[in-house]
Design a protein around this ligand. Structure first.
Ligand code: T1G
Length: 685
């Protein structure tokens, strides 16, 4: 049964796609669309055509699961050309999303109508490719070059209202979409000539008069596009649309598309598309596990994390009770939350009403007892086991039955915290990343006794507060921070042996990380977790902390910072390193970038493999989701596990063997890693 069906409404042919979950343009859909156009052209009683989709959305693009497999005819470029060539006006009726190939189908249609909350976009660049079915040639001809450039190079969708203002959507539809789309088709059925996007030229004039806009666009987005191949290719494709007639420009598009599609970045980003979606699936839980109802959330601690965590729920319309011990701390915390909201409003991302709406849902209090009315309580207090156990012991006495008790600890043992209560089945870790109202990642730490419905509730809530959640087991540092430990330790050791903070960080930045281990330490604060005793100096970090070189916030850390917080190599730090090198009796030597890579990144992969073999992560792709969304690992490298597979596990093991002596006596190779390397297998499959 074809997912494409046709039916008549008077002299209008309605072509309907029903290909759940997102009407992806798989082979059967493509074939069905061509047949429908043939039917329309062959039947002279058909005066116009409406293309519409059932389910949640209009076509959400090509079927990504078909990528990398032999493509079946008709290919999408042929389908869109066939639609545009139809001799009867074709109207696209859009709801949900018209994305990628879906927007290209809509652009090939002669008219587009949409419901006001529809989204239209070309997200291909987020899959490491570009619109390959005429999108880079038709879109600039309809919305103009600056907007088309922004849409194809960033991949961010626009709303139907903006699309209407741009002329991409001809009419916004309130009410029944099919009915109004048919009415619109009846209005245009005799309009001639039929408007075909590929034949338009008017919107290209501005760019032809000002070709410099392309380089200006490149310059303005250089930082954002750093390391990615696809954005530059999208710009070249739109340049071709301006410089060449459609028939030639579309050939450039095809060539650029194939170059990207056969590259490693596209494979990595398409792998990541599915990895992100798989992460939300929790293995080993009864299918019918029902989530608990969360009407009010409690947050203990109004510090940086407590405030950021609260904002997530307030922004999702969930009332929050935030508890502090002193009024000053409470006022400071809620003040920062309002300031953050107002900063977002000043960028036009939220309205003043939305700010008041969110802050209006906040109940700041010094009364710990008010947490009794909460369905979920998240502890965000000082990172100390005794302090946390004390909080959970108190919570156990006042929280209502069935309330979920969560800790925002970044490292500590959730089972030990749960054991401080009489209800360990209601306890789990919810590890947010700083700044918690911005960072997308949430590690859901599954305790030995955490109940299935508590996990399901947490996963569902994560979606509601727009987080990407990954389930982690109970081990020191869970997934992300646990893999950070060998990296930071080796980075420090490399300083003693002859590397500089700048050299180590350069390797990571060139690799595509937003910053290296030492820049990151300076940003987070070198004093985080410091024992605060300036007389106890056991290592370089203790020394810097004792010298109050706590990082950016002090204008000095591993780097010196100017008043614009720009880092520069520090002669003071070089002296401190030399002092500890001599104390350790280490001979300074030349350190290669490859050695830095092997000791700071290969070791992370090894730790990731250990996390996998211990079952502390459900699947390798979850580890990749953690590192991309939590630590800025470049998505065009897929994540540490996927990247290791592209390098080859044999090489990773060989690199670690090369460095074994320098990795210290407590270093050990992951058995899973060595076994898979020997067997020629991959971590991600
Ligand atoms: N192909 C295959 N499967 C897809 C898919 C697609 N395009 N989009 C979604 N799915 C699956 C997804 O894996 C999940 O499966 C289920 O559908 C629900 O998705 C030539 C070549 C549309 C906004 O990049 O952005 O066109 O996990 O959980 O949150 O130029 O899906 O349930 O098994 O994300 O409601 C361009 C990708 C393709 C859009 C809906 N299109 N999709 O979000 O649901 S390239 C895209 C999305 C292209 C042409 C080129 C979102 C969504 P499962 P979901 P959602």
């Amino acid at each position: 049964m074809s997912p494409i069906t046709t039916q008549r409404h008077g002299d209008i042919l309605i072509v309907t796609s029903n290909n759940p979950p997102v009407n992806a343009l798989g082979h059967a859909v493509r074939e069905g669309l061509v047949k429908a156009m043939d039917e329309a052209d062959a039947d002279e009683t058909v005066k116009a055509v409406v293309v519409i989709c059932e389910g949640n959305t209009f076509f959400a693009g090509a079927d990504i699961s078909e990528f990398g497999k032999p493509m079946q005819m008709p290919m999408l470029p042929m389908v869109v050309d066939r639609i545009e060539a139809c001799t009867k006006p074709v109207v696209a009726a859009i709801h949900g999303t018209a994305l990628g190939g879906g927007l290209e189908v809509a652009l090939a249609c002669h008219y587009r109508v949409a419901v006001p909350d529809a989204k239209l976009g070309t997200p291909e660049v987020k899959l490491g490719i570009l619109p390959g079915a005429g999108g880079t040639q038709r879109l600039p001809r309809v919305v103009g070059v600056p907007k088309a450039l922004e849409m194809v190079a960033t991949g961010n969708p626009i709303g139907a209202k903006e699309a209407h203002d741009l002329g991409l959507v001809d009419r916004l539809i309130e009410g029944d979409l099919t009915q109004h789309a048919v009415a619109f088709a009846e209005e245009v059925r005799d309009v001639r000539p039929i408007p075909r996007s590929s034949e338009r030229d008017d919107k290209l004039a501005e760019a032809r008069a000002n070709p410099a806009l392309f380089d200006e666009f490149r310059k303005a987005n250089a930082k954002k596009f750093r390391g990615f191949d696809a954005p530059e290719a999208t710009i070249k494709a739109v340049e071709a649309a301006v410089a060449k007639p459609y028939a030639e420009g579309v050939l450039d598009e095809r060539r650029l598309f194939m170059e990207l599609m056969t590259g490693t970045q596209a494979r990595a980003q398409q792998y990541f598309f599915f990895a992100e979606r798989k992460a939300s699936k929790i293995e080993g839980l009864p299918e019918d596990t029902k989530p608990r109802d969360i009407k009010r959330v409690g947050v203990i601690g109004a510090g940086t994390m407590g405030g950021g965590i609260s904002m997530n729920f307030l922004s999702a319309g969930i009332p929050v009770t935030i508890v502090e011990m002193e009024q000053a701390a409470l006022d400071r915390g809620t003040g920062i939350m309002r300031k953050n909201y107002e900063a977002t409003a000043s960028k036009g991302k939220v309205t003043a009403e939305q700010v008041e709406g969110a802050m209006g849902l906040l109940n700041p209090t010094l009364d710990f007892g008010t947490l009794a009315e909460c369905d979920l309580i998240i502890e965000a207090v000082f990172e100390n086991m005794d302090v946390k156990k004390d909080v959970f012991t108190r919570l156990d006495k006042i929280a209502k039955p069935g309330a979920i008790l969560a800790s925002n600890t970044s490292y500590l043992n959730i089972d030990e915290i749960a054991a401080a209560t009489s209800r360990p089945q209601d306890v789990l870790g919810l590890h947010f990343f700083s700044p918690a109202n911005i960072m997308k990642l949430l590690e859901i730490v599954r305790g030995a006794k955490t109940a299935p419905d508590v996990l399901v509730t947490a996963m569902q809530l994560a979606k509601k507060i727009r987080k990407v959640a990954v389930v982690a087991g109970v081990c020191y540092g869970f997934i992300g921070n646990r893999m950070l430990i060998p990296r930071q330790m080796q980075a420090m050791q490399l300083l003693l042996e002859g590397a500089t903070p700048e050299q180590v960080d350069k390797v990571h930045v060139e690799f595509g990380m937003p910053m290296g281990p030492f820049q990151m330490a300076d940003l987070a604060g070198i004093d985080i977790g410091w024992h605060r005793d300036p007389n106890r100096i056991e290592n370089i970090r203790d020394k810097l902390c004792a010298m109050e070189r706590w990082g950016q916030k002090k204008g000095a850390g591993f780097y010196d910072y100017d008043d614009k917080r720009r880092p520069s190599p520090s002669p003071v730090v070089a002296e401190v390193i030399e002092e500890f090198r001599q104390k350790a009796g280490i001979e300074k030597r030349e350190i290669t970038d490859q050695e830095i890579m092997e000791r700071t990144i290969y070791t992370m992969v090894n730790e990731g493999a250990k996390i996998l073999e211990e079952g502390m992560a459900q699947r390798a792709s979850d580890i990749d989701v953690v590192w991309v969304y939590g630590y800025g690992w470049p998505v065009y490298r897929g994540g540490p596990m996927f990247w290791a597979d592209t390098v080859g596990l044999k090489e990773i093991v060989a690199g670690l063997e090369r460095q074994r002596e320098r990795l210290g006596s407590d270093f050990s190779l992951s058995k899973l890693l060595t076994n898979k390397a020997e067997a020629g297998e991959k971590l991600t499959r």
